[in-house]
Design a protein around this ligand. Structure first.
Ligand SMILES: C[S@@+](CC[C@H](N)C(=O)[O-])C[C@H]1O[C@@H](n2cnc3c(N)ncnc32)[C@H](O)[C@@H]1O
Length: 297
């Protein structure tokens, strides 16, 4: 078995974990006598519908649901605890989760270099050229930036994130990697950057960023890019079937991110004036796909 098979197996079982989260949220609301709001309610209901349990959850009473809900909590929390480096407090759990998200994204640059960058005109040469620069919007704990700089040893990066706790983790990770002279970390929103003609590549992880922010970031990145530089918008891949699709939308919505309907991300890049825009599917079984667009010039 190779690493791609392993990724596919993990993605398949991750769907079960996400199904349990959706079921748990719906049951928790029933047990407490509250309702879920807006998009989260819609996405949760869609997952329950796909699982064929909407009616059962709606009609069972709190006493019946409570132990079933508790069994979900036991599985998810004990798993989370085992995998969160024995941290007890909620803050430490958040930090472990941020690090886990970052560690997932650290696998991307090798794949990007091998499969995606060669499809984007002169991007590989640009990233190798002296003075090459990468803008990592939503830098999180800095794992993606560190991994990008390992792939392109001459590259410099600017990482932006509104969460001071994430930036503090990123500072420590960047220091540990010995890359503090090549990665600049800024606390702030991606849409508030003021750089002009400064970057060869801008990366935007739209699955973690609310839609109005993504729209503003895509627009703002036009100015931040050097002429001929590329925007890479990472977005969720629709699942392989209707349940997978409902789970993907559910997970992205509860993360506070953007679900683009078919064609919408590419349309956004085109509206903002990017040329050569294209949809790049992720590797088989991967939960991400990409829209790339180029700043004219
Ligand atoms: C899952 S993380 C990305 C992981 C990252 N690649 C790493 O190595 O840790 C997504 C990040 O986007 C950030 N984010 C959300 N909205 C944002 C915005 N408007 N501008 C910049 N970053 C934003 C979140 O705070 C979060 O840290």
């Amino acid at each position: 078995m190779d690493i791609e098979c392993l990724r596919t197996i993990v993605a398949r079982h991750a769907a079960s974990a996400n199904a349990l989260v959706a079921l748990g949220l719906a049951m928790d609301a029933r047990v407490r006598g509250t309702t879920l709001d807006g998009d989260a309610a819609r996405r949760t209901e869609a997952v329950l519908g796909e699982l064929g349990v909407s009616g059962i959850v709606a009609s069972a009473n709190a006493v019946e649901l409570a132990p079933v809900l508790a069994s979900i909590r036991v599985d998810l929390l004990s798993g989370g605890k085992l995998l969160s480096e024995r941290s007890a407090s909620a803050q430490a759990l958040e930090a472990s989760l941020r690090q886990a998200f970052g560690d997932v994204s650290a696998g991307f640059p090798a794949l990007f270099k091998r499969l995606i960058a060669p499809q984007l005109a002169d991007l590989p040469e640009r990233l190798d050229a002296p003075g090459a620069a990468f803008l990592d919007i939503g830098v999180g704990v800095g794992a993606l930036s560190v991994s990008m700089l390992r792939q392109w040893p001459g590259l410099r990066a600017v990482g932006v994130d509104p969460l001071p706790e994430a930036i503090a983790q990123a500072q420590s990770n960047v220091r540990a990697a010995g890359l503090e002279h090549r990665i600049e970390l800024r606390t702030g929103l991606g849409q508030d950057i003021t750089d002009k003609d400064a970057f060869d590549l801008v990366f935007v992880p739209s699955a973690f960023i609310p839609e109005p922010h993504v729209r503003a970031i895509v627009q703002r990145s036009q100015t931040a890019l050097r002429p001929g530089g590329w925007l890479l918008l990472a977005m969720v891949n629709p699942g392989p079937d209707t349940l997978g699709d409902a789970l993907t939308r559910f997970r992205t919505t509860v993360w506070g991110g953007t679900v683009f309907e078919k064609g919408a991300a590419q349309a956004l890049a085109e509206q903002c004036g990017y040329t050569d825009s294209r949809l790049l599917p992720g590797p088989t079984g991967a939960p991400v796909a990409f829209v790339a667009g180029r700043k004219p010039g």
